[in-house]
Design a protein around this ligand. Sequence first.
Ligand SMILES: Cc1ncc(COP(=O)(O)O)c(C=O)c1O
Length: 392
Amino acid sequence: MSDQPSRPHLTTIAARSGEFATPVSSAPLVEPIYQSTVYAFPDLEALEAGVAGQPDAYFYYRNATPNGSTLERAIAALEGTDAAACASSGMAAISAAFLSVLGAGDHIVTDERVYGVTYALLRDELPRLGIQVSFVDALDLEAVAAAFRPTTRLLHVESLTNPLMTVADVPRLAERAHAHGVLLSVDNTFASPAVFRPAEHGADLITHSLSKYLSGHSTAFGGVVAGRAELVAAARLKLVRLGGTVSAFDAWMTMQGLKTLGLRMRAHSGNAQAIADVLQNHPRVKRVYHPGLESHPQFRLADGLYPEGFGGMLSLEVEDAPTFVKRLAGRIPLAPSLADVVSTLSHPWSTSHRALSEADRRRLGITPELLRFSVGIEDISDLLEDLEGALV
Ligand SMILES: Cc1ncc(COP(=O)(O)O)c(C=O)c1O
């Protein structure tokens, strides 16, 4: 018998092909997408180090990927938190944040104005797990404090609410929560860390839908929980066990968008303020909801908390919403998401808040006439011309 190893068969050569070399004298400027669901180890010792969670040793895609970690470091730096854990959607991030703090017998207090699917999660799913939920008007600090019980663990609000742009008084909500030993969770999706950083005002857990301002181009999907290291570690454990971590591709795509967050948010904020100023005086517009208008009930609070603007969101009621929407189609499309560089309209009554009863929607100010306007970064004169043309 020859001591030369025999030539492997074609099927073996094919299966083992694709060996790659990591460049040693140069490095890609942009991190590549690590589209491998598993990592190989030279020996058991290295495997043990990987599974034990060495920061630069990955072993299985659902636990962590280099692209996910890169995005997490970037978001933690932007939010000013110790850490962040990325999720497969905003709802996965919010669910993980809730479930990392709450168990059977615990109680959560939430603003009643939260995003419709968050509302449905709190109304329909958490009680099935033995978690009690109180919906309150979080603008009323006394009502918030009065809702706390000995079993309350979490208070949840949105920094700018979807869709009516009410402004959460995060510093005072944090004070009230902490006085009762309660953690404050803030959904910061509408604001983004470019205009508001809840951790600087005492929030403990911060969540985002990544498909909104953080990525900015309606091409990436995911969510994130940011906060102190131990709270993020607990949320990450839920994401891993419930199977809700972000994909490498979505993390990578979000990272590309994130690089221009500051520039985009300046343009979004400027355009939205200019449009709110013009529309509030338009004879065919019944109402505009934007925190930069003096008519907004939290104008003073908003001015103090948001020195760099309010982002690109506003809502409005016009005389004839169906005609307005039709006239804008092709330039400002009806698309039920937000925060793209291009302007879009949405109809909360039939989309984001559909899970609420008609009575609850009306009580919260979400009427069939209400349109949510995600103002993009187009030239402001073109946007104003489009709007004027649709309001004749
Ligand atoms: C304020 C807010 N929070 C959370 C979510 C949920 O995020 P996702 O759709 O990524 O699950 C949304 C979605 O629109 C939202 O607007």
